[in-house]
Write a protein that binds this ligand. Structure first.
Ligand code: HEM
Length: 114
């Protein structure tokens, strides 16, 4: 997460001071996504609900691009030799799908509550 704040310091403002819980939640969701890769449909309702909650966290669609780029950079640095085109492709596809499901659900929620 340090990387996304380097890339966009303004993002830091919307997170709580103590990031312990946030890090646990993000890792839990990423773990769920990776475990559910072969059965992504199963976690779609939970991902949609989280996308709607992100509206309350003041997360805008463009922030998903920033966080996605930071996540890939962090994985590349952390995985070292285990990082290759196939791993990059898998994470890019996974993140892109999650972000799309979350932002679509958020847009639908905003439309319905206006
Ligand atoms: C695919 C992308 C993302 C995933 C899978 C994800 C996942 C999660 C999860 C599981 C939570 C726990 C609470 C909940 O579900 O409502 C959470 C909270 C949060 N996320 Fe995300 N998130 C994503 C993108 C983003 C982006 C782009 C931002 C903006 C910088 C962001 C900011 C936050 C904030 C501020 C919280 C609440 C922190 C707290 O109060 O503890 N997230 N996220």
């Amino acid at each position: 997460m340090a990387t996304s704040f380097e890339m966009a310091p303004a993002l830091r403002a919307i997170f709580p001071q103590d990031m312990t819980q946030q890090k646990k939640k993000l890792m839990a969701m990423l773990g769920t996504a990776v475990n559910g890769l072969n059965n992504l449909e199963a976690i779609i309702p939970a991902v949609q609900a989280s996308g709607v909650r992100h509206v309350d966290y003041k997360v805008t669609p463009s922030m998903y691009d920033t966080v996605g780029a930071a996540l890939l950079k962090t994985l590349e640095q952390g995985l070292g030799n285990a990082w290759n085109d196939e791993v990059k492709e898998a994470w890019t596809v996974t993140y892109t799908i999650l972000a799309k499901v979350m932002t679509d659900a958020a847009a639908e929620h905003i439309k319905n509550t206006q």
